[in-house]
Design a protein around this ligand. Structure first.
Ligand code: SAH
Length: 524
């Protein structure tokens, strides 16, 4: 097989990035915009040792799932992956993607109980359009597949119609005022991205201009112009990003018109969201996802809920009851500020939010001896790191709810949790990003029940004799240890003495049951 060959290919399945997968001569061939069940002629574009990439040259026999793609820029734009497929087939495909990852990467004997979904059009409440210049004209739209070429798009069917109109007006203003679009190669020009966000129903819109500089020339005129046409724009923010980077947003935000934050509602609660804060892009599906996360969390009166990677605090606040002790962790300061305000807005005066990396924050909480009944974990695509996972385990929670936008890292992390004393017991997929290749998953992990019991005699102090168990917590506080006993030491001790391994989670549970903050005990 070589580049530019035309080969006959039957598509058997769909890969995690949405490409159709078929086999020819022991080679696996990935072809975007093909459907499981298609027989096609594939035009080979790139050949590797055991696999190749191709594009559809001709469809010989279409799959029964195939439909005519409705978007004029579908073939060029890198946003959607499944517009050529019936939506029901897309849902089945995505559920299978999650099940496959759980089995193959996670080695888990767990299947999703279903895939949550809603009608798939115009669901996004957020858009980030790159602005570039081509042949003397400003183009705005989306990056092409695997490229930084901008494909112009007047109206994206995933977004509210008004977004395309605002974009057109912004470009008109740039052209009239000779304001240059950003050029990635020469790192010149001013406007890099137009970032739009809206409330449910697009009643309120927040506009953020990402500049390769600090100020927009004729800023006042721009504000009058754009809010004159679109009175629903309630906030205009300038974000300054002067770095040579693919990252869209810079660190500095300046509100030049209206409010710093946009107000939205989720599951009957109010939320203030800054431009710097993460906010779920599909509002109605987000409510469904949070409902499922809440069902899995099954919080009881007075329990402690830890919401890791909490963004503006949304999942935790939607899930918590009146008497829940809520602790959130998030690394972006503006999001933490939102989360604190949001908790107060929703009557949760006692909620606590820590602004730190998840590994550092969980270490602090662990050192404080915090016990959690339930931990919600909603990390970015790269998932959790092992340190954070170990810290989470030490909280001794009876259930963990893992929300993930990447089935591969989710499965990898679940495998680790399973090796450390938890069991993934329920999973549900959620189509948060219809028509794209992305899929969300929520998983419930439950603390494994021990197979049996051993009695370990615990003694405190040096030469003080034995202390009855019910006095342990009190004596532990009085006792000043020379050296802390670590989980590792306890595991090694039990293994040496009793000949079997114990999980960190069991030790954490014993520690909690005894009311100990730190292990001061001596192992004999
Ligand atoms: N639970 C929230 C946000 C989920 S997105 C919601 O449903 O809206 C993931 C969040 O993790 C983002 O807000 C991101 O800023 C934050 N984050 C990314 N890396 C982090 C880290 N190392 N430690 C803590 N938070 C992190």
């Amino acid at each position: 097989m070589k580049k530019n060959d035309i080969v006959k290919l039957h598509i058997d399945t769909v890969s995690s990035d949405g490409s159709g997968v078929g086999r020819v001569e022991n080679m696996v061939v990935f072809t975007p915009m093909s459907c499981a069940g298609d027989t096609i002629e594939a035009h080979i574009l790139k050949v590797k040792k055991t696999y190749a990439f191709a594009k559809v040259h001709r469809i010989l026999t279409p799959s029964p799932d195939r439909v005519e793609a409705d978007c004029p820029v579908y073939a060029q734009c890198g946003g959607c992956a499944f517009r050529h497929m019936r939506y029901e087939a897309e849902l089945a495909q995505k559920q299978k993607m999650v099940d496959d990852a759980l089995a193959r990467i996670g080695g888990l004997n767990l299947k999703t109980e279903g895939i949550l979904s809603l009608p798939p059009e115009r669901y996004r409440n957020k858009a980030q359009y790159p602005i570039r210049e081509e042949n003397g004209k400003i183009v705005a739209g989306f990056f092409a597949r695997h490229s930084h070429r901008v494909v112009a798009c007047e109206d994206c069917f995933l977004e509210p119609e008004v977004f395309g109109k605002i974009l057109e007006a912004v470009i008109y203003f740039l052209e009239q005022n000779h304001i240059a679009a950003y050029n990635e190669i020469t790192h010149t020009g001013l406007l890099r991205h137009v970032f739009l966000r809206c409330t449910a129903g697009a009643e309120h819109i927040a506009l953020c201009l990402v500049l390769n500089g600090k100020n927009l020339p004729r800023e006042d005129a721009f504000i009058r112009f754009i809010t004159g046409i679109f009175p629903q724009i309630k906030s205009i923010v300038i974000n300054s990003n002067t770095k040579k980077t693919n990252v869209i947003l810079g660190e500095k935000f300046l509100t030049v018109y209206g409010a710093d934050e946009m107000e939205d509602a989720l599951r009957g609660k109010k939320f203030m969201i800054s431009a710097a804060s993460f906010y779920q892009v599909n509002h109605d599906m987000c409510e469904k996802l949070y409902q499922k996360a809440g069902e899995y969390a099954a919080l009881r009166e007075g329990e402690t809920l830890l919401d890791l990677y909490c963004g503006a605090g949304t999942i935790g606040i939607c899930t918590a009851g009146e008497n829940t002790r809520l602790i959130g962790v998030e690394v972006i300061p503006e999001a933490v500020e939102n989360a604190r305000k949001n908790a107060a807005l929703n009557g949760m005066q006692k909620a606590r939010f820590i602004c730190a990396d998840a590994a550092a924050a969980t270490r602090i909480l662990r050192e404080e001896g915090i016990h959690a009944d339930c931990v919600i974990i909603d990390p970015p695509r790269k998932g959790c790191d092992e340190k954070t996972i170990d810290n989470i385990i030490s909280f001794g929670a009876s259930r963990l709810v893992y929300v993930s936008c990447n089935p591969a890292t989710l499965a990898r992390d679940l495998k680790l949790f399973e090796s450390k004393g938890y069991k993934a017991v329920r999973a549900c997929a959620a189509d948060m990003f219809p028509r794209t290749a992305h899929v969300e998953t929520v998983v419930l992990l439950s603390h494994k029940k021990p197979d049996g019991h051993i009695n370990v005699k615990v003694e405190f102090g040096e030469g003080e004799g034995k202390v009855p168990l019910d006095n342990i917590a009190k004596r532990a506080e009085e006792y000043k240890p020379k050296e802390r006993v670590t989980y590792k030491m306890i595991k090694e001790y039990i293994e040496a003495k009793y000949g079997f391994k114990v999980h960190t989670a069991y030790i954490a549970e014993v520690k909690r049951d005894l009311g100990l903050h730190t292990f001061f005990l001596q192992l004999r």
